[in-house]
Design a protein around this ligand. Structure first.
Ligand code: 5AD
Ligand code: SF4
Length: 434
């Protein structure tokens, strides 16, 4: 009988892909089967995120809960970014944990399950060419990693300390994986990296052909079976004209761009060490709007970064009003260990930060009301990927709007033209034209 695996995944798309890799290794090499009931599992894994404090503090209470409900003899493993940064300390705080496997050590999962109190959290470990087995959560869409780690030194961010320095994955491996996934039915390829448009900065193999992200996009778009390409996250600093041109002109590249602003104030951006100014960001975003009027732009914003004044925050609101983002992920600044900003002496009062966050989110709601009205009667190409509990088929338009229709199951996995008849803030409802 096969052993049973339960895995909980927190955090970003990189973590989702890491979890798929873990499942693939355990299924293909160790005879595990994925289940969704932790009480029946022989192995419980939590793939953690440490980008903000909240999920980290919740981790230990969660371990306690799993420990109580797990069946006798079942093991608990902690993986991901919090594993990287806390390492052995996890055993001290939670002795019931059997192993700790860092975000850059995923390929060692087979070793981890076989040894007692195994710890591997080396952030210099190079797994950029490791051939993981096959497992994907979705038949229709495939995450494909293009790099590991991050070379940026944003002063608020713990990730360079959990995922190590940036290494690009060899282009031929990426193309091979994208091709295989597409031939197995994933029409959409989702390229993943901490800074995707910095691709090519460093390969482990010094003889790798010199190339950048735009070149990689061109290569992937030449695979016949690939119909759509998405990617996350690009860095605004590296949004040069070559990149914007291929984004605009290559028909397979979906017209939605994530542009993590973080702050609209040049002064705060300098303190964050983001490498660009308010003007550069606006220049890139507005150029993109002009080149691809239908494109959607999403962003990440941190409010209450140390030293952020009322005027700085007004600059952030100003950028929001000028760009009209289709989606904003907004966060209150959370001081993280191992980061420069955690030592800054001018931390912003938590209540002030909460008020700013509320103002920002209120403004965004108004913008979204306007944006959703514009979708009425528009026709979008939608790739249907999921049947929802409400029995509707759901998919994404090319520009990343969630669209739901009443449709036939056999439409799952196909791209259809949909006319939007009822646009709501969070989802657009429509009917299929062809
Ligand atoms: N506090 C709050 N938000 C953060 N992010 C990264 N580090 C922090 C932090 N210390 C946000 C950024 C990033 C997103 C993934 O998480 O906006 O783009
Ligand atoms: Fe992803 Fe960053 Fe969270 Fe790690 S810390 S899981 S890289 S969001």
């Amino acid at each position: 009988m096969s052993k049973k695996l339960y895995i909980e995944t927190l955090g970003c798309a990189m973590n989702v892909r890491d979890s798929e890799h873990i499942v693939a290794e355990l299924q293909n090499k160790e005879g595990y089967r994925l289940i969704d009931d932790a009480t029946q599992a022989d192995l419980i894994l939590i793939n953690t995120c440490s980008v903000r404090e909240k999920p980290v503090s919740k981790l230990f209470s969660e371990i306690g809960v799993f420990n109580k409900k797990k069946k006798a003899g079942a093991k608990i493993g902690i993986c991901g970014c919090t594993a990287s940064h806390l390492g052995e300390e996890i055993f001290k705080r939670a002795p019931e944990v059997n192993f700790v496997l860092g975000a850059r050590n995923v390929s060692k999962i087979s070793q981890a399950i076989k040894s007692e109190k195994y710890v591997s959290v080396d952030i210099d470990y190079d797994e950029s060419s490791f051939a993981f087995g096959d497992f994907r959560n979705s038949k229709y869409k495939a995450f494909v990693n293009i790099s590991i780690g991050c070379d940026k030194k944003c002063t608020y961010c713990i990730v360079p300390n959990t995922r190590g320095e940036e290494i690009s994955i060899p282009a031929e491996l990426i193309v091979k994986e994208a091709k295989k996934a597409a031939q197995n039915g994933a029409k959409e390829i989702f390229l993943l990296g901490q800074n995707v448009n910095n691709y090519g900065r460093r390969f482990s193999d010094k003889n790798h052909k010199k190339m950048d992200f735009s070149d990689l996009l061109n290569m992937i778009s030449q695979i016949d079976e690939v119909k759509r390409i998405r990617f996350t996250s690009p860095h605004p600093l590296h949004m040069d004209d070559k990149f914007l041109d291929i984004f605009a002109s290559n028909p397979k590249i979906c017209k939605s761009m994530h542009m993590p602003l973080q702050s609209g104030s040049t002064r705060v951006l300098e303190m964050m060490k983001r490498g660009y100014s308010k003007e550069w960001f606006l220049n890139r975003a507005l150029k993109l709007r002009q080149m691809v009027p239908d494109a959607s732009i999403s962003t990440d914003i941190i409010v209450g970064f140390p030293g952020e004044s009322d005027e700085d925050f007004e600059d952030t609101l100003d950028v929001i009003k000028k760009v009209n983002f289709e989606q904003i992920f907004s966060f209150k600044y959370s001081p993280r260990p191992l980061t420069k900003a955690a030592e800054f002496v001018n931390q912003v009062n938590s209540k002030v930060a909460s008020k700013r966050l509320q103002r920002l989110q209120d403004l965004q709601q108004d913008i979204l009301d306007e944006i959703s009205k514009k979708h009425l009667n528009r026709v979008y190409e939608v790739y249907f990927e999921e049947k929802r509990d409400n029995d509707m088929l759901a998919g994404r338009s090319d520009n990343n709007a969630l669209v739901q229709i009443e449709g036939k199951d056999e439409w799952l996995g196909s791209i259809k033209k949909v006319k939007i008849t009822n646009p709501k803030r969070l989802s657009l409802y429509g009917e299929v034209l062809s």
